[in-house]
Design a protein around this ligand. Structure first.
Ligand SMILES: C[S@@+](CC[C@H](N)C(=O)[O-])C[C@H]1O[C@@H](n2cnc3c(N)ncnc32)[C@H](O)[C@@H]1O
Length: 347
């Protein structure tokens, strides 16, 4: 394929070049596969539909110089790969990653229910959150830490994407559910992916022995989905962040979790916090921004604030009319979003 595109460079007018481009497109269309391996000496595969779009761009060029420029770009994109330190997105083929979010507003209409995912655990997040973040901030075989594991959504996604994952969960019965969920996820990528669950308090657990046993020098990405303070009470334990008596106590408990887990994240790598605000006694409590400020004060670099749509919680289902009435009468807006704060570890 690359040789055929190189041959396009020998045409000196767009009129003579165009039929040759059409021949190439026809050849691609005859191929039943949706991906193409343009260079037999490399493993790189590209989406056929994107290759056809690239050829269309060459075809539509007004000048032969432009057409040659697009040919050269395409040859480069098909022969060389370019990666950042953080993921396995081939930057030379960046247009192919259409389903990877780069905007700060995320709207997901439906929850991903594929594989082992289910929405049975009250307070779990939609799998698209870890899916997007793992693909942006990790490479295959990297290690991911989730200190608020819940039903295991992050580790299921890790398994699907070929990342290793460690999760910490305070409640034994919830950790057991997570283990079953994760085990039932077919490992699509490789049998070598490891997932480890620790039943413990994330603020105090010593991760070193487990990390040494698994030969993990450091984690490559941490993802935190803490209780949104007391919106859902997860257990009776005083170590459970959902039982914090005050906002300050919640922030201090969360800070203790960060102080205990962030030292194991490699410096300059990213971590994400998924959290929302809360509404209490007629007042909007900016839990998200308070948490964000606390983390900034720890010296980490805020890289993005993502706002994600948030559907009606199970608790408010069938009460939408009532909440709309309350909002109209009480002068407030109903929560329909949550935040994902992206930080880069700086110390
Ligand atoms: C919002 S849920 C996480 C849900 C998870 N992302 C999922 O998709 O299932 C928060 C979880 O943190 C747990 N938790 C609360 N305090 C904790 C602590 N100090 N250490 C470890 N886990 C804790 C709760 O039991 C709960 O399962």
């Amino acid at each position: 394929m690359i040789k055929q595109i190189e041959a396009l460079l020998s045409f000196t007018t767009t009129k003579t070049l165009r039929p040759a481009v059409l021949d190439l497109v026809a050849e691609l269309n005859e191929n039943k596969s949706t991906t193409i391996q343009p260079n037999t000496e490399s493993d790189l595969t590209v989406k056929k539909s994107h290759l056809i779009k690239d050829l269309e761009q060459i075809y539509e060029s007004y000048t032969i110089e432009r057409a040659h420029h697009y040919c050269t770009q395409l040859i480069k994109g098909l022969s060389k790969t370019k990666y950042s330190n953080y993921n396995d997105i081939n930057l030379n083929r960046w247009k192919e990653y259409e389903d990877i979010e780069t905007d700060s507003l995320w709207i997901f209409k439906n929850r991903d229910r594929s594989g082992a995912h289910n929405s049975k655990y009250w307070g779990n997040y939609i799998p698209q959150i870890p899916n997007q973040l793992l693909r942006r901030y990790t490479k295959p075989n990297h290690w991911v830490l989730d200190p608020f594991l819940g039903s295991g959504t992050t580790l299921i996604e890790c398994k699907k994407l070929g990342r290793n994952g460690m999760g910490i969960e305070l409640q034994k019965e919830v950790a057991d559910i997570a283990e079953k969920n994760i085990d039932s996820q077919f490992d699509l990528v490789t049998k070598e992916i490891q997932t480890e669950i620790i039943h413990a308090n994330s603020a105090t657990v010593d991760l070193k022995p487990m990390m040494e046993k698994l030969q993990i020098p450091n984690f490559h990405f941490n993802i935190y989905h803490p209780p949104y303070w007391d919106i859902i009470q997860f257990s009776d334990s005083e170590n459970d962040l959902s039982n914090a008596a005050t906002l300050d106590e919640f922030l201090n408990q969360f800070k203790a979790v960060l102080n205990n887990t962030l030292p194991h994240l490699e410096k300059n790598r990213f971590f994400a916090i998924v959290i929302s605000d809360k509404y209490e006694k007629g007042e909007w409590i900016p839990l998200g921004f308070k948490t964000m400020e606390m983390v900034q004060q720890l010296g980490h670099l805020l890289k993005s604030i993502i706002v994600k749509n948030f559907d009606t919680t199970k608790g408010k289902q069938n009460q939408e009319g009532l909440w709309r009435y309350r909002a109209l009468a009480g002068g407030f807006y109903i929560f329909k979003h949550e935040y994902i704060f992206l930080f880069q570890k700086k110390n």
